[in-house]
Each structure stands twice: as C-alpha cells, then as structure tokens.
Design a protein around this ligand. Structure first.
Ligand SMILES: Nc1ncnc2c1ncn2[C@@H]1O[C@H](COP(=O)(O)OP(=O)(O)OP(=O)(O)O)[C@@H](O)[C@H]1O
Length: 356
C-alpha cells in the first residue's frame, strides 16, 4: 500500500470477520466444544503440571485446518496462566531465528509453533536440545574457527501444530510427551458450537437453522463460524434478521455451498477427477494443475474431508472418485467404480474418536 508521501506504509485493514472470529474463539478448556477425549487428556496433563509447579510436557496437536489447534494452544497458556509466543515453521528459516525466540522465553511460557512440520532442518535440530535439556548451542563463526556457545532456555512448553503429522521426523515426534489428533466434528457438535457463536455475536438462530448450517460445515468449526456470518448477512439483508432453515438454505445456495458442504474448490476437484480423468486414478500434482491450485492446498484443505465423506480415495496408483462422488455430481458411475458397494449416503461421522 502506498502512503501519502509515496512511500510504503503497512496496510491496516479492519476485517470484521477476523474480529468476529476472535470474539467467538473459546478462551478456556470448558468452553472448547466436543473433542471430549482430547479435552479430558489435556485437562489431566495441565492439572498434573500445575500441582507439581512445573511446565507440562510438550504437546503436539495434529489434524486438518480449522479444527481448533491454535485455539487449544492459547487455551493451554490461559489455563496455566502463562504467556504465549506464537510463530510458525515456515517463519523460522534460520536456527538463529529460533534461538532468539527460545532464549527470550520466560519461565513457564508456552511456545506455539504452527505448521511445525515445515520447520527448517537446522532449526529443528536446535529445537531438540531446547525441548529436552532446555539448552541451545548457538554456533558463532564459520568453518574450523566456529564455536558453539551454550545458552540456557527457561523451562517452557512447546505446543506444535501440524496438518501433516506424517511429515514429522521420528526424533521430533518422540520429544512430545502428549500427542493429540483432532478429528472432524459431528453435525450435532457443530450445532452446539453454532448456537454458542450465535449467542456471542447476537445472531438470532432457530434450531433447524443451526442444524442446516452445521450439516454443511464440513465437520469444521472455522467453516461453521464463517457460514454463520454469511447466513447472518443474508438474514439481515434479505429477511427479518433471524437465521431459520429457509434463510440458511437460501444463503448457502448464494454462497455456492452444497448439501454436503462442498465448496467450489471441492467440487472442482471431484468434477476434474470424474470428467477429465474418468474417475482416476490420477496423481495429486496432475489433479492440482487441473483445478489451478497448489498440490498442498488440494491435499491438506480439500482431501481430508473428501476422503472422510467417502467421495475420494487415495490409492497407491493415485486419486480416485468413488461411486458416491459420481452420484453427488449427478453422473452415472461406470461399472467397476471404486466403492460401488459402499452405502449410497456416506456415513460421514461414524468415528468414536471424539467421544468421551
Ligand atoms: N472446539 C471448539 N469449540 C468452539 N470453537 C472452536 C472449537 N475449535 C475451533 N473453534 C473455532 O474455530 C476457529 C478455528 O479454530 P483454530 O484457528 O484454532 O483452528 P486450527 O486448527 O488452528 O486451524 P489452522 O491449522 O488452519 O490454523 C476458531 O476461531 C474458533 O473460534
């Protein structure tokens, strides 16, 4: 952005959506909806540490985007009454960057590293000794004259978040004392979440309105909250301000969110698979090129839900559209289509992973 003097000034964009997202973000563990098992385990970990008066073990949170990893990291700090420093794997390019952060932590602080699987190798190695011995060796100089200066790090708790836990190295994973996987939320859980968010934002919503939005939120709190804000706009501008079943349906049609909650990109992926590659198998990068997206986006943002919904399968030979995907797009699946014996309506949330 160019300022009045022609120089560069930092852009300050007031984003009402970001404000609303921050407002509804749970601050304490008891406000965090569903994921009962993870909540219970975390509660024990934190209570135990507080009784002993020492920082809890390092925590690794994995799962698709928008399920609450950042929220939980902040909750951990709030429950401990500690400060939190936030950074991300890609932001730590050099080990010196990480050493600076680590040595500035106060005792008991939480260090949150998002996308920890993308941390550069030298920084990752520095992190090992910080996690294990609360000490880092900072290398000064180059070549034969280089010296390692050991620096102490105050006892801290690392909270790492990853959408790709499989990409974490063994030594890194082993250094986390508590590993939790966040799973997609059931529509019933998302209804509870939506009613809570609506109450905080002052949006009147009926039970069937909340159920409709929940059912189209791809099992993801961030999407549920986003759809709630879009449906609220529609209800206020084109109706009487109340989010009902009818306003929710009409609004979600305007915003191109279909009955299963698939958005334009999800449908583009399935349509490309079915129309351009006759259902697959096709490699991830070819599929990504076909929809004009980065392979990472297709793999980390679209695929987890498409796989979970029984619409796409990852096979050793590539991505395949299932029979349910053909039918969802209104096409007739050819003989021998993957998943032809699967139930007609995919059972999206049959897991008990988030049960107490
Ligand atoms: N269990 C929950 N209860 C209530 N709200 C939640 C819950 N989980 C997530 N949210 C809401 O969803 C939004 C997204 O959550 P969050 O930013 O923590 O996701 P994330 O997993 O860190 O995603 P990413 O990896 O993309 O950063 C938050 O603003 C929060 O309000």
């Amino acid at each position: 952005m160019t300022g009045p003097d022609g120089g560069l000034v930092s852009a300050y964009v007031h984003d009402a959506d970001l404000d609303a997202e921050a407002t509804v973000r749970p601050k304490r563990l008891e406000e965090f909806i569903a994921q009962h098992r993870v909540r219970d385990q975390l509660d024990l970990l934190l209570q135990g540490a507080m009784r002993r008066g020492s920082p809890p073990d390092h925590i690794l949170l994995s799962g698709p985007p928008g399920l609450g990893k950042t929220t939980l990291a902040n909750i951990v700090a709030a429950e401990l009454g500690s400060g939190i420093r936030v950074t991300s794997g890609p932001a730590i390019e050099r080990s010196g960057d990480l050493a600076a952060i680590l040595t500035s932590l106060a005792e008991g602080d939480v260090l949150f590293i998002d996308e920890i699987h993308r941390i550069a190798k030298p920084a990752e190695e520095l992190l090992y000794s910080a996690m294990e011995d609360f000490r880092v060796d900072v290398i000064v100089g180059k070549g034969p004259g280089a010296t390692a200066i050991p620096l102490d790090v105050e006892p801290f708790t690392l909270v790492g978040a990853t959408t790709r836990s499989g990409l974490l190295t063994g030594p890194m994973r082993d250094r986390f004392g508590f590993v939790a996987h966040l799973d997609f939320y059931s529509p019933a859980d998302l209804e509870v979440l939506l009613r809570r968010s609506a109450r905080i934002l002052g949006v009147p919503i009926t039970d069937d309105g909340a159920a409709e939005v929940a059912g189209r939120s791809r099992g993801t709190p961030r999407i549920a909250n986003r759809l709630l804000r879009r449906v609220r706009d529609f209800a206020e501008v084109r109706a009487d301000g109340v989010v009902t079943l009818e306003t929710a349906r009409a609004a979600l049609t305007v915003y191109d969110v279909d009955a299963l909650g698939l958005d334009r990109l999800d449908r583009a992926v399935l349509t490309a698979l079915v129309d351009s590659f006759r259902g697959g198998p096709v490699g991830l990068s070819t599929l990504a090129v076909a929809v004009g997206e980065q392979p990472d986006t297709v793999e980390e943002v679209c695929e987890p839900f498409l796989v979970r919904a029984g619409l796409l399968a990852r096979t050793p030979r590539g991505r395949v559209a299932t029979e349910a995907a053909w039918r969802h797009l209104g096409r007739t699946p050819p003989n021998g289509t993957f998943g032809a014996n699967a139930p007609a309506v995919p059972d999206l949330f049959s897991t008990d992973a988030d049960q107490p």
